[in-house]
Design a protein around this ligand. Sequence first.
Ligand SMILES: Nc1ncnc2c1ncn2[C@@H]1O[C@H](COP(=O)(O)OP(=O)(O)O)[C@@H](O)[C@H]1O
Ligand SMILES: [Mg+2]
Length: 268
Amino acid sequence: MQILQYPILKLPQILARRYNLVMSNTVAFKETLLSLRDIHVHYGGVKALDGTSVNIDEGEVVALMGPNGAGKSTILKAIFGLAPIESGRVYWEDHAFTPVSHEVVHRGISFVPQGRRVFKHLTVYENIEIGGWSVKSNKERKERMENVLDLFPALRAKLKAKSGTLSGGQQQMLAIARGLMTDPKVLLLDEPSLGLAPKIVKEVFAKIREINERRKTAIIVVEHNLKSLLEITNRAYVLDKGKIYTEGRPQEIISTGVLEKVFLGKTY
Ligand SMILES: Nc1ncnc2c1ncn2[C@@H]1O[C@H](COP(=O)(O)OP(=O)(O)O)[C@@H](O)[C@H]1O
Ligand SMILES: [Mg+2]
């Protein structure tokens, strides 16, 4: 009775999929692509995630917020098989799985870690090409490269440049472009705005929005400033000490003053 594990609201989706039913177009069911349920992660004596549950639906942009050390990066790493999950389960389209990096890529998840880790001594072209390591066919890899470059004309203009010569904003774009080469259904972005000037941050977030709109990629983005995400985020989670403090629409979260409380320790 696997079905009993799921909330009753999800039954129509699950049954429709199981029996291959076409759902009425008038009822827009969004599939949940990925969910973490009650995840616990420790690093030695440090509790990084303490019963954390997070999910993302098709086409959503979800923000993870919280002070330093709250566990945001650990959530992304747990999804990508890079954090030691002690208990709790990760589900991909309702099926529990144990995340292991190379398998996660095949499922359709891509991770762009914090810190724009581009290979500085390699060209822009080579950096993007490396992102397609899992694609066996050369033709397919080239097609993907073209599709990705359509989103990043500034990178197309610099394909032969060494990546180390790019500006910080361009290197961030390059890291994201590389992450798209696996054609992910879910893209995990850890602090893409870190260390960038406000104007460049705007450009990066506009690009994230464009990726979501044009490719329908669901995106989980770790970000400090929720206001800069207002226009692109459907939902946000606020974490503190490895627990989800609250979850909701960004505007609701801002209006409740939760962020000040979590970030600055203010009490109301
Ligand atoms: N590799 C690690 N070894 C030991 N402790 C770690 C490691 N990675 C993260 N931590 C600890 O786990 C907690 C959560 O870290 P992290 O997920 O990086 O937080 P955030 O991304 O929200 O800043 C912090 O207390 C951090 O010091
Ligand atoms: Mg982090």
